[in-house]
Write a protein that binds this ligand. Structure first.
Ligand SMILES: NC(=O)c1ccc[n+]([C@@H]2O[C@H](COP(=O)([O-])OP(=O)(O)OC[C@H]3O[C@@H](n4cnc5c(N)ncnc54)[C@H](OP(=O)(O)O)[C@@H]3O)[C@@H](O)[C@H]2O)c1
Length: 272
């Protein structure tokens, strides 16, 4: 029987990369999101059985973030349906220092299924594929991030770790906490991007209130405002300012530095 891996988040920062790695290695995938023909929406559990049908493993990338209050119920329901569908192995993408993420991890770890948790720090790709790219392109990044440093991780590294979890049985039932190899402030990151892309990008520290106000003016939905407030006020207190060697533990090689990420991203042309 063919083995098929369900990949949630086909066009997302990690799902796309995991799907490419799996397909290039000859594995069969069912990669889904709300916009795929076979659609998967975290808000519509009645549609999940169709997406899960025929799959024996799953890469689970929750939206918008495991910190949101409905995540616990959604992950509980996902595991219930996964068991009914015959899925035997779950690889969960998790976040650091969030109560909701810890609850979701616990649900997966105690599910009775084969599991992996890939617990990731802030993605470097937020600057090139996420909410910070507009600021980079406008040469002006304004954030309430203060001087709290983060070990930003390259999502190529996350995808490599997820791919290893999905394809190497000896890695089963382990947590990999994955971070970049050094801690940097958001200002440091912007300076590195300015340097490698030869652009005069400025970093401006602003208050959380100013930040939320600017998001409101961009008509961001309420849940995004809630999440950004949570990430930049509650979670951004230094609790995650620690480098952890999950990439090395899973892959036997060091994590990619932010400068390496910035160099390859600048070369791709997305910041031009
Ligand atoms: N970004 C970070 O720094 C970071 C750090 C640690 C952990 N994480 C975790 O990584 C995960 C992905 O976060 P991300 O912000 O980077 O997003 P992402 O993986 O880039 O995914 C974005 C995609 O999610 C899909 N999506 C949106 N709402 C959905 C829904 N209700 N149901 C199904 N798919 C939906 C959208 O595709 P469609 O429009 O096609 O549905 C969108 O293209 C989250 O669980 C987050 O907690 C993120």
């Amino acid at each position: 029987m063919n083995k098929t891996t369900l990949i949630i988040g086909k066009n997302g920062k990690t799902g796309r990369r995991v799907d490419n790695l799996m397909q290039n290695a000859g594995h069969i995938t069912q990669a889904v999101s709300r916009s795929t023909t076979l659609s998967f929406d975290w808000l519509k559990p009645e549609g999940w059985p169709k997406a899960m049908a025929g799959c024996d493993s799953a890469y689970v990338c929750f939206q918008p973030d495991l910190a949101v209050p409905f995540a616990k119920a959604a992950i509980t329901e996902f595991i219930k349906q996964a068991k009914l569908a015959g899925i035997q192995h779950i690889v969960l993408l998790s976040g650091r220092g969030e109560e909701g993420a810890q609850q979701a991890e616990q649900i997966v770890v105690s599910s009775g299924l084969k599991w992996n948790v890939v617990r990731a720090s802030w993605f470097a790709q937020n600057f090139s594929e996420g909410f910070l790219i507009d600021g980079i392109l406008n040469n002006q990044v304004a954030l309430p991030a203060g001087d709290i440093p983060e070990p930003f991780i390259d999502t190529d590294d996350i995808a490599d770790v997820v791919f290893a979890c999905l394809t190497k049985p000896e890695l089963a039932n382990q947590l990999f906490e994955v971070t970049g190899p050094e801690v940097l402030t958001f200002r440091d990151c912007v300076e590195i991007i300015a340097d490698v892309s030869q652009r005069p990008i400025e970093f401006t520290p602003i208050s959380a209130e100013q930040f939320l106000q600017s998001l409101k003016q961009q008509n961001m939905p309420e849940e995004v405002l809630w999440l950004m407030n949570e990430l930049f006020t509650v979670v951004m207190d230094g609790r995650n300012s620690q480098v952890i060697n999950g990439v090395e533990k899973a892959l036997g090689r060091p994590a990619t530095s932010f400068r390496e990420y910035a160099l390859k991203t600048a070369a791709s042309g997305v910041w031009r």
